[in-house]
Write a protein that binds this ligand. Structure first.
Ligand code: MN
Length: 254
């Protein structure tokens, strides 16, 4: 089993190391991650400039590949044959914040897993629902174990075709987890605000600020599961068609 581990926070992120170390219990791990933070970069394909790849050493002394491309580039490169190994599975994370509801369309963590699925390889994204405004070193131990348990299940039972598995883990100790819940995408509530300031030359600049997003606490959703202390596992599909709207638009009469 060759497992590609990537993320959107950059190759030095502690969540990546925690994930790689836990995945090593399941097979050969290849770490291939961006050389900078690409959080909230969405699904990227770098086409207008060349990509560079180099080998680096992680904090535990193991080697990894890094590139100046986006998370999805870091999946595409090895899957297109940059490495000799055939990759069986791509695991992305562990992101330090939850990726739920509409976050998924922004998330570099999830789009790395999507890139795998587009190429026909299984893709799993793992994110930690860390407390709002948390300062200091996050504890990834529970989320890493959860990631391993989900990947073990995927290896043993397989997955339906074209499914991206989006895992979100509450910030709890392993024995405090209520369990695992298969969920649907919930609704995020964004509190973005336009911040306008002036640079030293008197020109305005803009910042998308505001408080962290919250969400609608509904049972059966990713947000609801996390709030209730459960690991949320949402099967995502890349087909974004709104099937129920096809009849409505069909009546446009074109
Ligand atoms: Mn991130």
């Amino acid at each position: 089993m060759n497992i590609l581990v990537t993320n959107d926070d950059g190759v030095t992120a502690p969540g990546l190391l925690a994930l790689a170390q836990e995945m090593r219990k399941l097979g050969k791990v290849i770490v291939f991650a961006p050389d900078k933070n690409w959080s909230a970069s969405g699904h990227v394909k770098t086409m207008e400039r060349p990509l560079r790849v180099r080998e680096v050493t992680l904090a535990d002394g193991t080697s990894a590949f890094t590139s100046d491309g986006a998370p999805s580039d870091c999946v595409a490169l090895p899957l297109l044959g940059l490495l000799d190994e055939k990759i069986d599975l791509v695991v992305s994370g562990i992101n330090p914040h939850a990726n739920i509801g509409h976050d998924i369309t922004y998330s570099g963590t999830v789009t790395a897993a999507m890139e795998a699925v587009i190429t026909g390889v299984k893709g799993i994204a793992v994110s930690l629902d860390s407390p709002d405004g948390f300062k200091g070193l996050l504890d990834y131990s529970t989320s890493a174990v959860v990631a391993r348990r989900v990947v073990e299940k995927v290896i043993a039972d397989g997955l339906p075709k074209d499914v991206v598995v989006n895992v979100n883990v509450p910030y709890l100790k392993e024995n405090e987890l209520k369990g695992f819940m298969i969920t649907r995408q919930g609704l995020r509530v964004y509190r973005d605000e336009l911040v306008v300031r002036e640079d030293p030359r008197g020109k305005p600049y803009y910042w998308i600020g505001g408080e962290s997003p919250t969400g609608i606490d509904e049972s059966g959703t990713d947000f609801g599961a996390l709030k209730a202390g459960y690991v949320s596992i949402t099967p995502l599909q890349l087909d974004l068609t709104s099937y129920k709207s096809m009849d409505v638009l069909g009546k446009w009469g074109f």
